[in-house]
Design a protein around this ligand. Structure first.
Ligand SMILES: [Fe+2]
Length: 353
């Protein structure tokens, strides 16, 4: 009773609650949609949400592609309503906040999809209302980080206990629109008090999967890619979580940042980029749990869904490597910028952790 009162007081005073050995669990879900305009969700997604609700989860992050837009004339109301029925409302009933980030099928910043971006903004401003009032415990309360510009539900920064979560508006390859680099730097300048730092968004910094070898934030601008990576390293970001590639990989580069390609829960599984494609299978439908404490200790597990069996690290390729030749499933691979490789001889982008 006294401990709970103390925690409440510390939170009221906006002081970090590091005095007790609490562990927080968050879940990460991604790429939950199916064919254009669909209002159906997969058994894998339904099972994942059911498991998350029963697993003492404090928060859920979505790395995008929640509905199947990016095409004109769809019934966006019905699509978002179906998503909320499958995901947002069940989580809200269990007092678990959901942090969205836009995918290209939710709110593409590409030309011609302003209407879809409006729908995205409206639906997340309406649901849940108010946004973060449903925390299970005081130390699980999710709040916007003070003193930085917030562009909910596109790019924004929130805190929960010792953790800072930064969502990006990353629906396009080759750029971060609206000068989010400067915005991200301004948020990270205020990140020192947080022992757990995660950045999440739809498009990855560098590619993970066949058929998406050109879909990454650093595409076409090596200097920008390396600047962004250096910014994450400088501020000791622990995890950079991305979707879009529909293939699970826990990656690391020479620095300390973990780059995780979040698995899909919808349809359209892809194969991880390796020099020899025949050696790997399509990545399974799955979702992630990340557990952390105030000391900055973080563990991650991937669970296949609906089977709910763990994905063993040893079952994944040891590295993501870019093939030497262009192919239908590997556009511009032959000319992939060599300065991005961690091992130029093997053309490696990420090692498994
Ligand atoms: Fe996508």
């Amino acid at each position: 009773m006294f401990a709970r009162a103390l925690v409440t007081l510390l939170i009221a005073l906006n002081l970090p609650v590091f005095a007790h050995a609490k562990t927080w669990r968050i879940a990460v879900v991604s790429d939950m949609n199916q064919n254009y305009g669909s209002v159906q969700y997969t058994p894998a997604l339904i099972k994942a949400i059911e498991h998350i609700r029963q697993s003492d989860t404090s928060l859920v992050i979505s790395t995008g592609d929640m509905v199947a837009g990016q095409r004109r004339g769809l019934d966006y109301e019905a699509m978002w309503n179906a998503f909320h029925n499958a995901v947002s409302r069940p989580l809200a009933q269990s007092s678990i906040p959901l942090l969205p980030s836009p995918g290209n099928h939710d709110a593409s910043a590409g030309g011609g999809f302003a209407n879809e971006r409006n729908h995205y903004r409206n639906t997340w401003n309406q649901f849940p209302a108010p946004r973060f009032n449903g925390a299970r415990a005081p130390e699980d309360r999710v709040e916007f980080l003070n003193g930085v510009a917030q562009n909910w539900p596109f790019n924004y920064a929130v805190t929960m206990g010792p953790a800072l979560f930064i969502g990006l508006d990353a629906t396009l390859a080759g750029e971060l629109i609206n000068d989010q680099f400067t915005w991200l730097a301004s948020v990270l300048e205020k990140s020192a008090p947080y022992t757990v730092k995660m950045v999440f968004g739809h498009v990855p910094l560098y590619p993970f999967a066949f058929d998406r070898a050109t879909d990454y934030l650093g595409a076409g601008d090596v200097a920008f890619a390396l600047r962004l990576e250096a910014l994450l390293e400088k501020h000791k970001v622990n995890y950079f979580l991305s979707g879009h590639h529909h293939a699970y990989f826990p990656g690391r580069r020479p620095g300390a940042v973990r780059f995780v390609s979040v698995p899909l829960l919808g349809t359209g599984a892809r194969t991880l980029l390796t020099v020899d494609r025949s050696s790997t299978e399509r990545s399974p439908q799955a979702f992630l749990y990340l557990d952390f404490d105030a000391g900055g200790n973080i563990t991650m597990q991937a669970l296949k869904s609906p089977a709910l069996t763990p994905i063993a690290a040893a079952s994944l390729p040891a590295a993501i490597s870019i093939p030497t030749r262009d192919a239908a499933d590997c556009a511009r691979c032959a000319s992939f910028p060599p300065t991005l490789f961690t091992d130029p001889t093997r053309r490696t982008l990420y090692h498994r952790f």
